[in-house]
Design a protein around this ligand. Structure first.
Ligand SMILES: [Zn+2]
Length: 343
């Protein structure tokens, strides 16, 4: 009888009738905390993976409340990807509650996507005493495309480890994604003009802050395109942001963050801080206030009413707006939205 039922299951498996879930048809199941990670994982994993994000793209990524539905999603995941750097610390509760040994920290099924990313604003004793919301440095790394290049490679490495039979596939998907990002950042014409490793050279020069000079020496400055070209109007632009969300974006595109509306994380700015920002804006001639969509805009509106600075509501995850459904569109949206305000 036992043998019979075993045979029955075997033959049903052969017919494809018995399936634990669609994911078991050979695809790796990936669960990510944030939507930009879902997007990058899907781009790198292609048809070999299914990727789903836990957070709503419009939500404050620092604070997401775990739900039973999240436990269900993570329960049979093969890979859990978090941003790390103490941004999505809520992920720990989800992973704990999943009951899934594969995705526990330290196992191959758990990935902190930002390993190897150069982190800015490492905390000091002073900032810690102030209750720094970023105890491992600023975690909003993905608003610099060069960091997403690193994150994509981290994800590709992990997929190769979990599914070695498809190593060449993941490598090729990674290269395609990076080529696309390089084209979007520097302009496809420039990347092509520099040959096979053109993207890598441009990335290296950008990381060393010598891109402009390097292009000029070669008479290529006219060929620069993409976000770098489009963002030239942001060069030297001083802005105030509600939270320290834009430091990586600003450094990549030449914008300068003059200060924050938020004095302490998670607490609405007290009146005396708002007034200090008003004075700062007047003194430094600041024209733009960036306010993430999930923070109240009350303080920004108050400061704007006293100074004439423009408030821009910004989104920072893929899918926060229907038209921002890819990472590339997110960066395009940010560059164009901020540039528009200063034209
Ligand atoms: Zn933050």
């Amino acid at each position: 009888m036992r043998t019979m039922s075993g045979l029955l299951v075997l033959s049903l498996l052969a017919l494809g009738v018995v399936q634990q879930s669609p994911a078991r048809a050979g695809k790796l199941r990936i669960v990510t905390t944030l939507n930009y990670l879902r997007y990058v994982a899907q781009e790198v994993g292609g048809e070999r993976v299914t990727a789903v994000a836990l957070a709503n793209a419009k939500q404050d990524p620092h604070y997401v409340t775990p739900t039973p539905a999240m436990n269900q999603l993570t329960g049979d995941a093969d890979l859990f990807i978090e941003n790390g750097l103490s941004l999505d610390i809520w992920a720990k509760n989800v992973v704990d509650a999943s009951g899934n040994p594969a995705i526990q920290p330290g196992n191959p099924g758990h990935l902190i996507a930002t390993i190897n990313v150069p982190v800015k604003e490492l905390p000091t004793e002073v900032s810690r005493a102030w209750g720094d919301i970023h105890p491992q440095g600023n975690p909003h790394v993905w608003l610099d495309p060069l960091n997403v290049r690193i994150i994509a490679a981290n994800i590709a490495d992990r997929l190769k480890m979990l599914d070695p039979a498809n190593t060449a596939y993941y490598q090729s998907r990674l290269e395609q994604f990076r080529t696309r990002l390089d084209g979007a950042l520097f302009g496809e014409e420039l990347v092509r003009a520099l040959g096979k490793s053109g993207g890598d050279v441009l990335v290296r020069k950008s990381m060393n802050n010598e891109l402009g000079e390097w292009l000029k020496l070669r008479g290529l400055e006219g060929k620069l395109g993409g976000w770098m070209k489009e963002a030239e109007v942001l060069n030297g632009l001083k802005v105030i942001s509600y939270h320290k969300t834009y430091i990586y974006f600003a450094d990549r595109f030449g914008m300068r963050i003059d200060g924050e509306l938020e004095e302490k994380p998670g607490i609405p700015p007290p009146p005396q801080h708002r007034d200090a920002v008003v004075e700062e804006i007047k003194r430094d001639g600041i024209r733009v206030i960036l306010n993430d969509n999930f923070y109240s805009r009350e303080a920004a509106d108050y400061v704007a009413s006293k100074t004439g600075a423009k408030v821009i509501i910004t989104y920072l995850d893929v899918g926060a707006l229907p038209e921002v459904d890819t990472y590339e569109k997110l960066i395009t949206y940010l560059v164009q939205n901020i540039a528009q305000a200063v034209r």
